[in-house]
Design a binder for this molecule. Structure first.
Ligand code: GTQ
Length: 351
């Protein structure tokens, strides 16, 4: 016969006496450590651009891009305040640059994406090549590549910064350096990398200038939009996603960056999407049009009324669905390539 279980008080005493040795009994925490399904501490959240923009512009009056280094308002998940995180693995922020300003050159192991939200004519420079920013463009800063931003525009330019900062912090693998000069020297004309890699063609002798990251710095919106338009007219509409495409690294067919996948989708007019959930939580930017996103999880059901330039988060394993009367276009990014590399990505399409 088994011995009777010790009294809770005796267990308490055991735990207390082992604590100084930095020991913890697994059986008290096992359920939370190995949950039956993801239970993200993140909550669904929506930032209306009309509400955020005045704070960005006020920041523009109080600090220069140069002094700030990067003049950014971080989009923090309300459940992760103080962690500079939109989801457990992803950072999001809105960066403002004003005419004539420079955000000085630096580099870091964190990968960055820029998704242009408002204004045209600012540039980002990567590896000696400048790329002009236009609304809806998706631009890449590869890990450890020198980059600076500047503006010859006649008004404010705002973009969404998506970085893998929390993921790199989790791995304790971050390095950074400041550049010797404010702006890096321009060594190749704008459009060179796109000519090499952006036309379904590639240099004859294989080169991967940025390792696992796409050699294309900018995926212009007019190209993405044209693809979605054509598919909306000519191909079946997916009942969950509408028309959704992922951006690719043309050299691998995989995601443009090793840590982040990016997507653009068209929700056609009159669409009422079926619900889905997936383990990669995502940050969304509304490019055009209006619609609704309903996101459900442990914190309840959240219904977001979406307008252009709004941002929102769908956390891991939350049920989400999209609808739109007039049609809309959504950009999004997630940590899917990492989950896929680990073999843990899951998706469910619900009815
Ligand atoms: O533009 O390099 O939003 O390093 C956060 C960290 C932007 C940038 C951010 C960064 C940058």
């Amino acid at each position: 016969m088994n011995a009777p279980h010790p009294l809770p008080a005796a267990r308490r005493q055991l735990y207390d006496e082992m604590a100084p040795l930095h020991l913890t009994p697994l059986w008290e925490v096992l359920h939370a450590l190995v949950p039956p399904a993801p239970r993200s501490p993140c909550v669904p959240v929506h930032w209306q651009y009309d509400a955020v923009r005045p704070f960005l512009m006020r920041s523009g009056e109080l600090i220069s891009a140069e002094e700030a280094v990067r003049r950014v308002l971080i989009l923090e998940n309300p459940a992760l305040r103080g962690q500079s995180a939109a989801t457990q693995s992803l950072y999001a922020g809105l960066q403002l640059i004003l005419p004539g300003e420079v955000a000085p050159a630096h580099r870091h192991t964190q990968s960055a994406l820029r998704f242009i939200v408002e204004g045209s004519g600012a540039y980002t420079a990567v590896d000696g090549e400048r790329t002009t920013m236009r609304p809806g463009d998706f631009i890449i800063t590869p890990s450890w590549a020198w980059h600076d931003h500047g503006s010859d525009a006649d008004g404010p330019v705002v973009w969404l910064d998506g970085l893998d900062i929390p993921m790199i912090r989790f791995f304790d693998a971050g390095f950074a350096e400041n550049g010797a000069s404010r702006s890096q020297a321009v060594t190749q004309p704008e459009g060179t990398s796109f000519a090499r890699y952006g036309h379904n063609m590639a240099p004859v002798r294989h080169e991967a200038p940025f390792g696992a990251t796409s050699p294309i710095f900018s995926y212009p919106y007019d190209r993405s939009r044209e693809a979605l338009d054509t598919l909306e007219r000519s191909a079946p509409i997916d009942a969950w996603d509408g028309v959704k495409l992922r951006y690719v690294n043309p050299q691998t067919g995989g995601s443009p960056m090793p840590t982040m996948a990016t997507f653009m989708q068209r929700i056609p007019p009159g669409f009422a999407g079926k619900p889905w959930r997936q383990t990669d939580g995502a940050v969304y930017s509304v490019v055009e049009g209006t619609g609704t996103a309903v996101v459900e999880g442990p914190s309840g059901s959240h219904s977001f009324t979406l307008s252009p330039r709004d941002h929102f988060v769908v956390p891991s394993w939350h049920t989400a669905r999209f609808a739109s009367e007039g049609g809309c276009v959504l950009f999004s990014y997630s940590d899917r390539p990492v989950q896929q590399a680990l073999g843990i990505h899951r998706e469910e399409r619900l009815s």
